[in-house]
Design a protein around this ligand. Structure first.
Ligand code: SF4
Ligand code: SF4
Length: 381
């Protein structure tokens, strides 16, 4: 798992998405002093390449001046190693000035759109779609690459055909995210996508991907297939993320991941104190994360998919148990469903009927036939 530090310049956000669990309108903003401290902390912490993802809340609320100063500080201050950047934003606050600064560092942008305007605005709020598309235009016209994450909720999953068509018509790669129950909400389950439905959605998307292979991509399916093919996880959900992923909140507090930012119980240290790995390891949050790893080794040991699933996401596992580690990720049902579907299809293609659309041993689809699953597995990501 590559070293990943998420920087959360603020938990504030101008949008009020119905199912959001990560915004806090009273959140402070990260100062440039704190960015300097991040650099100093990392100089003595680890020496391998690092990816910084600016996340939130809404990270563009930090403003152009923040990025004009923060990006060179991070890139040059840590230039003895490879430094990469990414940004997750709803794009509402994108300006020409910001786009130019971000383009200098070739920063890939992840944004969020839950489907066509009508569906999107029901769950993300009236006016969201137009504001995001305005920012999208500024970003892409200035050379920035933007990919959209589509959150499927208990409501929008009923419109999955319409949502997939929308992404296909626009020529966009689909990256999906199931709406999660929240550790902070009063109604944690209201929008959450049921794990069984999530599993069926993944199988449906696998079929859509194969039917339209070459003209439509689903990023999650790429990764799920790669997990099975390589035998290890290729995204944080399917590896032991603890110790390789951290998040730094607006005041310099260090957390295991952006999902915990703002919750004092999960603070592991602060960049101003320049903690080493051993210092972070003494925190309760670290111990909780490692309890999850031990639980997975115990609870999932009979599962055929353990090496490339690793019990899923610890945050997801904690939400139904009020922050305690009592079980694996409740999406286990969905992961098993899709991993088994992929494995069955591979077996059929490799050893089964000759009409599966594959050349022998899966080296690409036969001419004129529907693509087979090995076409996805062998894809270069
Ligand atoms: S807690 Fe979940 S979302 Fe965060 S890094 Fe770990 S697996 Fe990824
Ligand atoms: S599919 Fe379920 S049982 Fe298997 S490793 Fe993943 S979380 Fe554990």
């Amino acid at each position: 798992m590559p070293f990943h530090v998420m920087l959360i310049p603020t938990l504030g956000c101008p949008s009020k998405c119905n199912y959001c669990w990560s915004s806090d309108e009273n959140s402070p903003k990260m100062s440039i002093e704190t960015v300097k401290e991040v650099v100093e902390w990392l100089k003595g912490f680890r020496d391998d390449p690092v990816t910084f993802t600016f996340h939130g809340g809404e990270p563009l609320l930090a403003g152009a001046d923040f990025y004009r100063k923060a990006l060179p500080l991070l890139a040059e201050g840590l230039s003895h190693r490879k430094v990469a950047f990414a940004l997750q934003t709803n794009l509402w606050k994108m300006t020409l000035e910001l786009a130019k600064i971000l383009a200098e560092y070739d920063i890939p942008i992840g944004s969020s759109l839950d489907g066509p305007k009508k569906i999107n605005d029901v769950q993300r709020g009236k006016g969201y779609y137009d504001k995001t598309m305005k920012g999208y235009k500024i970003a892409t016209e200035n050379g920035l690459g933007v990919k959209f994450i589509c959150t499927f909720t208990s409501e929008s999953v009923k419109h999955r055909d319409e949502i997939v068509d929308f992404f296909m018509e626009n020529g966009w790669t689909l990256k999906l995210h199931p709406a999660l129950p929240s550790l902070r909400s009063d109604e944690p389950e209201k929008w959450a996508l049921d794990p069984k439905e999530y599993g069926e959605l993944l199988v449906y998307l696998l079929d859509k991907y194969l039917e339209n292979f070459g003209s439509f991509e689903v990023m999650n399916i790429d990764h799920l297939c790669k997990c099975v093919f390589t035998g290890h996880g290729t995204v944080c959900t399917f590896v032991d993320c603890m110790g390789d992923t951290f998040a730094v909140g607006p005041d310099g507090s260090i957390y295991p991941c952006y999902r915990f930012v703002g919750m004092p119980k999960y603070v592991m240290g602060n960049v101003y104190d320049r903690p080493g790995m051993e210092d972070l390891a003494r925190s309760e949050a670290w111990k909780t994360m490692h309890q999850f790893k031990e639980l997975v080794d115990r609870e999932c040991k009979e599962c055929a998919h353990i090496n490339y699933c690793r019990g899923g996401c610890p945050y997801n596992a904690m939400t139904p148990a009020d922050g305690e580690i009592k079980s694996v990720d409740p999406h286990c049902v969905a992961y098993k469903r899709i991993f088994e579907e992929i494995t069955d299809r591979v077996n059929k293609e490799m050893f089964g009927s000759p009409d599966m659309g594959m050349a022998p041993f899966g080296f690409g689809p036969e001419k004129g036939s529907r693509a087979g699953i090995m076409s996805i597995m062998l894809k270069r990501l």
